[in-house]
Ligand binder design. Structure first.
Ligand SMILES: Nc1nc2c(ncn2[C@@H]2O[C@H](COP(=O)(O)OP(=O)(O)O)[C@@H](O)[C@H]2O)c(=O)[nH]1
Ligand SMILES: [Mg+2]
Ligand SMILES: [Zn+2]
Length: 208
């Protein structure tokens, strides 16, 4: 779900909401002034018993403000630096809150701290439409960079595939692949450390 905050500072929030809806079929997009409880009301149906909500977004976009309005209690909210309009990092760690509506909310620092890990399936799920097109390329190792019979190029030209959506797909795949390698390497290291630790304990035990 995408929440566009600071609607009060925008000339035409509805147009931006339409653009955001174009990112993914069925994507829910809400527009609001995050400081106003009555506007955040539409979010309450996501915050009931058994539901978990995590707020993700750049620093300064209004996550902690939203959390507060949804009943997460007093949270530090930050001003915007005059100089560059960027948010200050007021929330430096994750925090978990029980909401009066029965759900659980996680407020996060900016998105820079976020990394994907082990989410092949999630990416495949979210970009099923793109994967279906990719599968139609003539060459199975098509790089979609102008090869003959490339279904991706064709779909972009016909307007079936949004260029920005395809770019997101490529970016997420690259990040996922990179992090999968890092994760695999870390697990291998941990496995080795675990093994040598066990061996040391065993030696010690034998020696009595
Ligand atoms: N005008 C306006 N200001 C907002 C809105 N949402 C948040 N703010 C302000 O933006 C600043 C940063 O908000 P904060 O919740 O700390 O952002 P966070 O870093 O994403 O948690 C604060 O001064 C908020 O009062 C909004 O919808 N409209
Ligand atoms: Mg915050
Ligand atoms: Zn291709």
């Amino acid at each position: 779900m995408v929440v566009l905050t600071k609607a009060d500072l925008c000339e035409d929030p509805a147009a931006l909401a339409e653009r955001a809806r174009g990112l993914h079929p069925g994507l829910v997009v809400e527009v609001m002034d995050a400081r106003r409880a009555e506007q955040a009301e539409v979010l309450r149906s996501w915050c009931g018993p058994g539901q978990s909500v995590a707020l993700l977004g750049s620093s300064g976009v209004g996550k902690s403000t939203l959390a507060g309005v949804l009943g997460a209690g007093d949270l530090a909210t930050g001003g915007i630096r005059e100089k560059d309009g960027k948010g200050k990092h007021t929330t430096t760690s994750r925090s978990l809150h029980l909401l009066p509506t029965g759900g659980v909310l996680v407020d996060n620092p900016g998105v820079r701290e976020f990394q994907l890990g082990d989410c092949d399936e999630g990416v495949a799920d979210l970009f099923e439409d793109v994967l279906r097109i990719v599968a139609e390329c003539r060459f199975s190792d098509c790089r979609h960079e102008g090869e003959p019979g490339c279904a991706v190029r064709a779909a972009m030209e016909s307007g079936e595939l949004d260029e920005r959506r395809y770019a997101s797909f490529v970016k997420l795949n690259e990040e996922q692949a990179r992090n999968a390698r890092t994760l695999a390497a870390r697990r291998e290291r941990e496995r080795k450390v675990g093994k040598s630790y066990k061996a040391a304990v065993e030696r010690k035990r034998r020696r009595g």
